[in-house]
Write a protein that binds this ligand. Structure first.
Ligand code: C5P
Length: 397
């Protein structure tokens, strides 16, 4: 799948830079062409000579190098590739990208490009956990930057935690998905996933048991077929896949806003377990046990995101898919829900505790459409996702 693809690889300055050499080798084994760009800090860890030997290409290092400009200007360099990969992506490079700085060759290329960018962060755990890095990460993800890793483990600096660069094969998997030429190439699909958290006060919230596993698998499967996926997720147990454009939200109202702010979609899949109500009198400060009795929470209904999108007059996605998690009369309830909300398909499943589906790895679903109810055998959530993605591809292409 990587044969003939051209990757511009920016190697940042971190101990994981040595893995970039293996990345070059393995990309070339798969038929990709790699143009390396080495930052000044990166050159403290790997030499231009080893990068150019492994890539069999010129290594670009300086912004103001007249020879390079005569050969290929930095704007052209940033656009000649099919994908830009930053590995390792240091905290500093991420900050520059998030802030739109362009004060060296790597950051200038990243700002000038019109291609997708995939980063493999690598840094000390405290630097990764720092609010500034987490802010930058959120900004980059909402700018559409794909993120692989970091992984958790022992670090070269002796500490333990998230911050280790993803393994080379994981990065290759992210690159392969990002470059996938599937039937959904050029289509934009919106997916909601995860639970929502509805605050009671700044420290307490109302939530549900959704893990986000099924929605995440669906988003990944759609991206695997080449779709451009906007993934609006509540606070889920698992991170968003690297191959999607993730937008993180907390509440149902924020989820609706994010859905409405997303670019027009060809299809939308609403897999989120959205809370039905929010607390109207949520406190600005922590509610205290001050002897004045039990607090009274007042609820108001949350917007129904699926129904809102299904009933859009302008710009409604061609295919709107909802989920119905039921504990009894699954098909009858789901069929009624499809009518009520106005969506095209409903994926119905039985979430009674004895099925082990909620929070588990398997699912048994019935797809309800104009064509009737089609019950699929029990299979893993990944298999459900791939089968659903395939059906969506058949319906909208
Ligand atoms: O009404 P109920 O919650 O059972 O409907 C489930 C379907 O509707 C799911 O697809 C869910 O993502 C969506 N939904 C929504 N907004 C809500 C409630 C549910 O998008 N407020």
């Amino acid at each position: 799948m990587l044969a003939g693809k051209h990757i511009l690889l920016i190697v940042g300055g971190g101990i994981a830079a040595f893995k970039a050499l293996d990345l070059v080798r393995r990309l070339r084994e798969r038929g990709a062409r790699v143009t390396p760009v080495l930052t000044k800090a990166g050159s403290e860890f790997v030499t231009p000579l080893s990068l150019s030997a492994l890539s069999a290409a010129k290594v670009y290092q300086d912004l103001f190098n007249l020879t390079d400009e005569a050969e290929m200007g930095h704007i052209e360099l940033s656009r000649a590739a099919d994908l830009i990969v930053v590995a390792p992506a240091t905290a500093d490079l991420m900050a520059k990208m998030a802030g739109g700085l362009a004060n060296d060759l790597a950051s200038t290329l990243l700002l000038a490009t019109d291609k997708r960018v995939l980063i493999a962060p690598s840094m000390n755990v405290r630097m990764w956990d720092h609010p500034a890095t987490q802010r930058n990460l959120a900004t980059l993800q909402s700018d559409g930057v794909l993120v692989v890793g970091p992984n958790e483990g022992d670090m070269a600096c002796g500490e333990y935690g998230p911050g280790r660069m993803a393994e080379v094969l994981e990065i290759i998997e992210g690159i392969t998905t990002a470059l996938a030429d599937g039937p959904l190439k050029g289509r934009h699909i919106l997916v909601t996933s995860g639970p929502t958290h509805e605050p009671i006060d700044p420290v307490r919230y109302i939530a549900n048991r959704s893990s986000g596993a099924q929605g995440t698998a669906i988003a990944e499967a759609l991206a695997g077929l080449g779709a451009d996926v906007t993934f609006v997720t509540g606070p889920a147990d698992i991170p968003p896949p690297a191959s999607v454009h993730a937008v993180r939200v907390q509440t149902a109202r924020q989820m609706l806003e994010a859905v409405q702010a997303a670019p027009a979609a060809d299809a939308a899949v609403f897999a989120a377990a959205v809370a039905d109500w929010h607390v109207v009198n949520a406190g600005d400060s922590k509610i205290k046990k001050d002897g004045s009795g039990l607090p009274t929470l007042e609820f108001a209904e949350n917007p129904d995101i699926l129904a809102t999108v299904s009933q859009m007059k302008d710009g409604r996605p061609r295919l709107v898919v909802g989920f119905a998690a039921e504990t009894d009369d699954v098909i009858a309830h789901a069929t009624a829900k499809r009518e009520r909300k106005g969506c095209d398909w409903i994926v119905a499943n039985d979430v009674s505790p004895e099925t082990g589906i909620m929070g588990g790895t398997e699912n048994a679903v019935t797809l309800i459409s104009d064509a009737g109810a089609d019950s699929w055998p029990r299979m893993t959530k990944d298999q459900v996702a791939r089968q659903l993605a395939q059906r969506i591809a058949e319906a909208i292409t």
